[in-house]
Design a protein around this ligand. Sequence first.
Ligand SMILES: [Zn+2]
Length: 354
Amino acid sequence: MTFEEKYKILGTKNTQYDGIFFTAVKSTGIFCHPSCRARVPLIKNVIFYDTIQAALENGYRPCKICKPVEKIGQTPENIKRIISELLQNPHEKISDEDLKAKNIEPHTIRRWFKKNYQMTFHSFQRMLRINYAFNHIRDGKSVTHAAFECGYASLSGFNESYRSIFGESAGKSKNKSLINVLRFSSPIGSIIACATEKGVCFLGFVGQKRLEAQFSALQKHLNAIILPGKNPHLSQVKQEINEYFAGERKDFSVALDIIGTDFRKQVWQSLLQIPYGKTVSYKAQALAINNIKAVRAVASANGANKISLIIPCHRVIGSNGSLTGYAGGLQKKQWLLNFEKENSNQPVQQVLNL
Ligand SMILES: [Zn+2]
């Protein structure tokens, strides 16, 4: 991006570039995210930096309004505590009064859930309870037992809730499976991950294109429902992705549940062969699967990749070196390629500790 292109983004409140570059202001000595709500600085006072380190090293202080050194999309401490409390006791109900007693403004938490989980705080709690009940039923417990165990006062209330989520009654859904979802932060935006019992089946960025379509396809294909809940593959993938962004991990070992046609699976397998810090062209990738005529089909399979970062579709570029496409946005693709390149020939960098 040119200086002018970056400057044009300031003041538009577009968060897509947060973490991609930082705006430092010579007259105030402060640096910001491009989406900062503060007044747009005069063009002559602006310097752009690609990293927080560079802005700090040049003597700039983080802005108190947009807080650029805090990870983007990071879960606030008090919300983190509420989520972990609910995961420990899924049958617990947290009311507005409980929140106020904990010094949390109910309005703030509702807005946060709506933005980050695309559901209300109330439905998040309801879904956790249903998830808990679902596992009880599948373990062979009775529907009545499950309903009372997860805090429903009446069986009919439970059945109604259950049906509204699963589309069928609790007694019928023993054959249905579950996809768990977890959201966590990264330096280039919030990440959303899904996993089945077998492994991670989705990893992408909050706000990426076609996210909802991908989710409905997954649910349909696996005859499953996506709910927040505990899943060992999700804890592992969060850990590994954090290590990746800290520059400490170049290969992933978390189990994957890869869903797609045989051709697409073959294409994704070939993506897994591209080493960290390297790029290949679509043409080279088609050659790698012995199907030079399939360049277009290869490109479209890459676009349909459901497990970003781990299946590294960001490492495929056009034959002329152009970035072509990326579900998370081209800025993220460029960021990832630069990051891997800088990181690949060096000893592991010291992680910035602020
Ligand atoms: Zn700011």
